[in-house]
Design a protein around this ligand. Structure first.
Ligand code: HEC
Ligand code: HEC
Ligand code: HEC
Ligand code: HEC
Length: 456
C-alpha cells in the first residue's frame, strides 16, 4: 500500500503535524509551547555512526511505558530519549518501525497513553506502525484510525490486501518490505503470498509474527522462502537474537517497555551484492539527552491525566469493619518522638518528589507515595485529604482510628503494607540485598522496639 510513499514517505512537513496535533490534544496552553519548538529539535545533529549502510530500528510492546518512573537512578527507557539513538543514523539511511502493543489495557489512562504514544511515534517520524487488535480497537474508539493512516503506514495482522509496507532506498539499491502476520488467524500460504509479491533479489523481507513457537517458526522458515528476518513477540524487556548471527533468516525479538531498541544494520558487502543483517540491542540509557519536544509531550500527558481526575475515580475497596485513617498528624498527639523522626526522612516527603516531576495527580505514581489510595477513606487528592499525603504512619502500621480512640489500648492492625509492596526491584533497584540497611535508614522508634508490629 505504501509503495508510492517512497523515501519521502516518512517525512511530513511541520504544518501537517501542527494541524493534526490540535485534534488530538486538548490542553491549549501547553500545546502552544510545544508547537513553537522547531521540528529540527527532533532530528539530532550528532555525527552519523555505523558506516554508510542502512539501519532498521524496530520497537514494540511499549505497553504504555512512556517514561521510566525515576524512582531509582539508572532506569532504562523513555520516548524522549529515542531521538538520541535514532539520530546516530542520518534520516535518509534509516527505517523506523513499531511492531505494536502500544498500551497494556483499555482503561481511561490507557486511552490517554494511546494518544500520547501515537503522537510520539509521529513526532519521531516512524515509517510504519503495526497495530495489534487492541491497538486497532482503541484507535477506532478514539476516532484516530484515519489520523494514524495519514501519519504512517499501518500494518495489520493477517492478509486484507494492505499487508506489506515497502520503502525503497534507490541510491543503495535496496528495498525493504515488511509484513505482519498472525498465524492463528491466517494461513502460512497467505504469508508466503505476501512476501512473494514484494520480494526481489535486492529486497530485505521482514515478517512480523504476532504469535510464535518453535514449530511455527520452523514451518514459517521452511515455507516462506527468501525471508531475511522474522520478528517474534517476547516477554523479555531486552531484544534478543534467537537464531545464529549469520544464518538467514535472522530471528529476533524487539523487547518490551521501550527500554531498548532493536537495531538491524543492513550490510551491503559489494555493489549489487545481497544485503545481510546484523542485530544489536541498544539500551535507551538514562544518560542519553532528552528531546525537548517529547519532554513537552509528556507534560501534556501529565496534564491530560490530571484533567481526567483519575485519582478521585480510582477503584477502592472498603477498610475492615469500623476502621478509618486518621492521618500522621493525629499520631503525633501521642507519638511526637516517632513523628518527628519520621518527618525528617524520605517517607515524610514522598508526595513532594512527585510534585517536582509533575506526576502528583497520576494514580500510577501516587499509589505508592501516599496513604491508603486503594481504600475507601484513603488518599483522594491533596486538597481533599491533605492528612494522608506522603508515606505516612498508617501505610505501615494500618488505619489508626480504633487505636487512637482507645488511647493505644487496641493495637494498630491490618491492612498494613510491607516494604516490598513498594520497594519492588523495578522501583527500588537498591533494595533487594540491602533490606537491613533500608530498615536502619527509617528508624523512628525508640529502641528496643517490640518486634512484630510491622511486617518487613
Ligand atoms: C510500586 C510503588 C511505586 C510506584 C508505583 C511509583 N513509585 Fe516512585 N518510588 C517508590 C519507591 C520505593 C521509591 C524509593 C526508591 C529507593 O530509594 O530505593 C520511589 C522514589 C521516587 C522518587 C524519588 C527519587 C529520588 O531520587 O529521590 C521519584 C521522583 C519517584 N519515585 C517518582 C515516581 C513517579 C513519577 C512514578 C509514576 C510514574 C512513581 N514514582 C511510581 C515507589 C513507587
Ligand atoms: C491518643 C494517643 C495515641 C494516638 C493518637 C496514637 N497512639 Fe499509638 N500508641 C499509644 C499508646 C499509649 C501506645 C502504647 C500501648 C502499649 O503500651 O502497648 C501506642 C502504641 C503504638 C504502637 C506500638 C504498639 C501497637 O499498637 O502496634 C504503634 C506502632 C503505634 N502506637 C502507632 C500509632 C499510629 C500509626 C498512630 C496514628 C494513626 C497512633 N499510634 C496514634 C497512643 C496513641
Ligand atoms: C507505600 C509504599 C512504601 C512502603 C510500604 C515503604 N516505602 Fe520506603 N519509600 C517509598 C517511597 C515512595 C520512597 C521515596 C520517597 C521520596 O524520596 O520521595 C521511599 C523511600 C525509602 C527510603 C529512602 C531511600 C533513600 O535512598 O534515601 C528508605 C530507606 C525506605 N524507603 C525504606 C523502607 C522500608 C524499610 C520499608 C518497610 C518497613 C518501606 N520503605 C516501606 C515507598 C514505600
Ligand atoms: C515505612 C513504614 C513505616 C512508617 C511510614 C512508619 N513506621 Fe513506625 N515502625 C515501622 C517499623 C518497621 C517499626 C519497627 C518495629 C516493628 O517491627 O514493629 C516501627 C516502629 C514504630 C513504633 C514503635 C513500636 C514499638 O513496638 O515500640 C511506633 C510507636 C511507631 N513506629 C510509630 C510510627 C508513627 C507515629 C509513624 C508516623 C509518624 C510511623 N511509625 C511511620 C514502620 C513504619
Amino acid at each position: 500500500m505504501s509503495d508510492a510513499r517512497g523515501i519521502a514517505g516518512g517525512w511530513r512537513s511541520p504544518s501537517t503535524w501542527r494541524s493534526n496535533i490540535t485534534l488530538l490534544l486538548t490542553s491549549g496552553c501547553l500545546l502552544a509551547a510545544c508547537l513553537s519548538c522547531p521540528s529540527e529539535t527532533i532530528r539530532p545533529s550528532s555525527p552519523p555512526q555505523g558506516g554508510s549502510g542502512l539501519v532498521i530500528f524496530l520497537t514494540g510492546s511499549e505497553l504504555g511505558s512512556l517514561r521510566p518512573c525515576g524512582c531509582s537512578g539508572g532506569q532504562l527507557g523513555g520516548l524522549e530519549k529515542r531521538p538520541a539513538v535514532f539520530g546516530r543514523v542520518p534520516a535518509s539511511r534509516r527505517l523506523t518501525i513499531d511492531t505494536g502493543a502500544l498500551v497494556a489495557n483499555d482503561g481511561e489512562q490507557d486511552l490517554i497513553k494511546f494518544r500520547i504514544m501515537f503522537e510520539a511515534l509521529r513526532l519521531l517520524y516512524y515509517d510504519a506502525v503495526c497495530l495489534t487488535d487492541r491497538d486497532q480497537a482503541i484507535a477506532e474508539r478514539l476516532g484516530l484510525l484515519t489520523a494514524l493512516q495519514q501519519a504512517f503506514s499501518i500494518l495489520r495482522d493477517g492478509n486484507d490486501g494492505s499487508g506489506v509496507f515497502t520503502k525503497r532506498f534507490p541510491d543503495l539499491g535496496v528495498t525493504v518490505n515488511v509484513a505482519s502476520f498472525d498465524p492463528r488467524i491466517a494461513s502460512l500460504e497467505q504469508a508466503t503470498q505476501l512476501v512473494d509479491r514484494a520480494h526481489d533479489a535486492s529486497s530485505i523481507d521482514i515478517l512480523i509474527l504476532r504469535h510464535c513457537d518453535n514449530g511455527l517458526l520452523r514451518d514459517t522458515i521452511a515455507k516462506v522462502g527468501g525471508i531475511d528476518c522474522i520478528i517474534c513477540p517476547s516477554d523479555a524487556d531486552e531484544p534478543h537474537l534467537l537464531s545464529e548471527p549469520s544464518v538467514k533468516p535472522l530471528v529476533v525479538t524487539v523487547g518490551r517497555l521501550g527500554r531498548h531498541l532493536c537495531r538491524l544494520q543492513v550490510v551491503i558487502a559489494a555493489p549489487q551484492g545481497e544485503p545481510t543483517l546484523r542485530f544489536e540491542a541498544v539500551p535507551v540509557a538514562a544518560d542519553l539527552p532528552d528531546d525537548p519536544v517529547l519532554v513537552q509531550l509528556y507534560r501534556q500527558y501529565q496534564q491530560l491525566v490530571s484533567e481526567a481526575n483519575l485519582l478521585e475515580n480510582y477503584p477502592r475497596i472498603p477498610l475492615p469493619e469500623g476502621l478509618a485513617y486518621t492521618g500522621s498528624e493525629d499520631c503525633k498527639r501521642c507519638h511526637e518522638y516517632e513523628y518527628d523522626a519520621w518527618s525528617m526522612k524520605a517517607h515524610g516527603d514522598a508526595l513532594t518528589s512527585l510534585k517536582k516531576v509533575g506526576s502528583d495527580r497520576d494514580p500510577e505514581c501516587v499509589v505508592c507515595h501516599v496513604v491508603g489510595m486503594e481504600y475507601e477513606g484513603g488518599y483522594l487528592t491533596e486538597e481533599k485529604t491533605p492528612h494522608l499525603k506522603d508515606v505516612g504512619c498508617e501505610v505501615c502500621h494500618g488505619p489508626g482510628s480504633e487505636h487512637a480512640q482507645t488511647y493505644g489500648l487496641k493495637a494498630t492492625r491490618q491492612p498494613q503494607m510491607s516494604c516490598l509492596d513498594c520497594h519492588t526491584p523495578e522501583k527500588s533497584t537498591g533494595y533487594a540485598g540491602h533490606e537491613d540497611h533500608y530498615m536502619q535508614k527509617i528508624v523512628h522508634w525508640r529502641e528496643p522496639a517490640a518486634a512484630g508490629n510491622v511486617k518487613q
